[in-house]
Design a protein around this ligand. Structure first.
Ligand code: FAD
Length: 519
């Protein structure tokens, strides 16, 4: 055996550089399903099923080309970790070399080459063509900056790549259409929404679902309605469906929420992108082509390009720039345990019940639900960032560490002290009331900060401002938001602090009763 090409569950791209020069006569592919990976965080059943089903389809597609794939399927007797599985197979197969892309997770990027070194097999890393910007380019952009802002990175990369550019100027005359993209639904709701194209499980996927139910039946969520795109053909169909039916209103409603409506105008493409069934370039090009044909307005297309070429590339750059220290960040000294209802959804807060419920059930929530409902609550409460990170990594079908961790620790929890975003994304229950219909059916009142009926978001918002006043009240970017604290009387603040303390105590007790079993 000349080359053993190592393919991880989020590297399912047959055109990746790992396969350049692949010779079926003397090379082979290695893939492994390992229960330890699914159990490292208490992953939802949907997340585990997406990875396993997509891996098996990829394996079958390579075998259909006549390639040898050494594939370790989950059968209850597998090696406990990916490292152990690889060590076993290196001893058995004795390849002259292992070829791979750099793993998307810092931990594996260290441990897998080390396994090869101990087996005396050279590990050779091929360049990664999936992304627009490699970590070296990002480090070059970042050099000399103390704070890293997505907006400047985005402009730099758009210029470099010539995406939505007209000469040296951004198409539409502006870099940023955020102001046009804050629409919400009126009282009548979103009306008839274009249902995203679904991909019902075939026989192979049904087998995976049965396996997940058998091995991981005690994990959160379920598998009913499982319909994710799992191979390249399906992912391309999902992209076409999004561009044709949802992209035109993607921008306007990108921040809106509506009870019981998980998808709205979002693309649902993140898992396909992160597993590499799709590349970011083809996704961005499809959106830009829709604009050029006059099928989608600039604010929708720029908004979408900003997410894929901007945020997605930016968070990856930040991940490789800051790991492994990133994982231990806790700039605001948060020390509260994760509330148990993050796993059970047993809460009276309607917005959280809805967002957490769909997250565990479907492995999906859109950006504003993650940032301004789930992440916001954890931040206002002051949950230990590591525990928030582990919950987010467990919940979503698109969760891989390079994208999840910077979004959680940097963007949502401000645990990096503002390296990634200029101020904490904090708001009261009023924000959720404005952007959704959740509050209408909730027993809490978003306009009240103290007393039994007060919305916990609102109580904890004022309490957060109060607790962190020393850090933010005099900073030019945050002073305005903190100035409102001055409008609260001493008596009001006392009542808010008392209610916040009792919420914290109750939630800490709740967390002790319903923590996931030790993974
Ligand atoms: P759309 O709303 O249709 O957006 C289009 C695409 O843009 C997405 O598919 C995604 O690839 C990209 N994108 C959008 N926002 C971001 C972002 N902030 N960072 C990176 N890419 C982005 N995204 C993940 O892929 N995996 C994660 O584990 C993840 N964890 C998150 C945790 C938190 C706390 C927050 C605030 C965001 C997280 N995101 C994550 C980003 C974003 O919420 C998801 O990419 C998005 O909700 C996926 O749904 P969609 O495909 O329908 O996205």
């Amino acid at each position: 055996l000349r080359n053993l090409v190592l393919v991880l569950g989020d590297q399912l791209d047959a055109d990746s550089a790992a396969f350049d020069g692949f010779e079926p006569a003397c090379d082979a592919v290695w893939m492994a399903e390992v229960a330890g990976e699914a159990g490292r965080v208490w992953s939802t059943q949907a997340r585990i099923a997406v990875f396993l089903a997509a891996m098996r389809r990829f394996r079958d597609a390579l075998r259909a080309r006549g390639w040898t794939v050494h594939y370790r399927a989950l059968d209850g007797h597998e090696a406990p970790t990916l490292e152990a599985a690889l060590a076993d197979d290196l001893a058995r197969l004795r390849p002259a070399r292992v070829l791979a892309l750099r793993p998307g997770e810092w931990r594996l990027a260290q441990s897998l080459p080390a396994v090869c070194a101990s087996a005396g097999v050279p590990w050779s890393e091929r360049p990664d063509r999936h992304f627009y910007c490699d970590p070296g380019d990002f480090a070059g952009w970042a050099r000399g900056r103390r704070e890293y802002r997505m907006e400047y990175f985005y402009r730099w990369l758009r210029r470099r790549e010539g995406v939505l550019m007209d000469g040296g100027q951004p198409v539409g005359g502006r870099w940023n259409f955020d102001a046009d993209n804050r629409g919400r639904f009126d009282r009548r709701g979103p009306g008839l929404l274009p249902a995203p194209r679904a991909f019902p499980p075939d026989a192979g996927t049904r087998e995976v679902l049965a396996l997940v139910a058998r091995h991981f039946g005690d994990h959160p969520g379920g598998l009913g309605g499982f319909d994710w795109p799992l191979d390249r053909t399906q992912a391309l169909a999902a992209l076409d469906d999004f561009v044709a039916h949802r992209l035109p209103l993607f921008g306007r409603y990108q921040d809106a929420m509506w009870e019981g409506q998980p998808w709205l105008y979002h693309s649902r493409l993140s898992a396909a992108l992160n597993l590499r069934l799709l590349g970011p370039r083809e996704v961005v090009d499809a959106a830009v082509a829709a604009y050029e044909r006059g099928d989608a307005p600039i604010e929708a297309v720029e908004g979408f390009v900003r997410q894929v070429l901007g945020w997605r590339e930016f968070v990856r750059g930040m991940y490789w720039l800051r790991m492994p220290a990133f994982l231990d960040d806790n700039a605001l000294g948060a020390d509260q345990p994760l509330p148990g209802f993050f796993w059970t959804t047993d809460t009276d807060m309607a917005c959280l019940r809805d967002a957490l419920g769909q997250s565990l059930r479907l492995g999906y929530a859109h950006h504003i639900q993650r940032l301004m409902v789930i992440g916001l609550f954890a931040q206002l409460l002051g949950v230990r960032p590591r525990e928030v990170h582990e919950w987010f990594l467990a919940a979503y079908v698109d969760a891989v560490e390079w994208v999840e961790l910077p979004n959680v620790l940097g963007m949502s929890q401000f645990a990096d002290g503002g390296r990634m975003v200029s101020k904490p994304y904090v708001a009261s229950g009023r924000y959720i009331e404005r952007m959704s219909n959740h509050c209408a059916g909730c027993r809490f009142r978003p306009g009240e900060a103290a007393g039994e009926a007060a919305c916990p978001f609102t109580t904890l918002y004022w309490d957060f401002l109060d607790r962190h006043a020393a850090r933010f009240a005099s900073h030019p970017r945050t002073a305005l938001q903190w100035m409102h604290l001055a409008g609260k009387s001493a008596a009001e603040m006392d009542a808010i602090r008392a209610r916040a303390a009792s919420l914290r105590a109750a939630l800490a007790a709740d967390s002790r009763h319903s923590h996931p079993p030790a993974a």
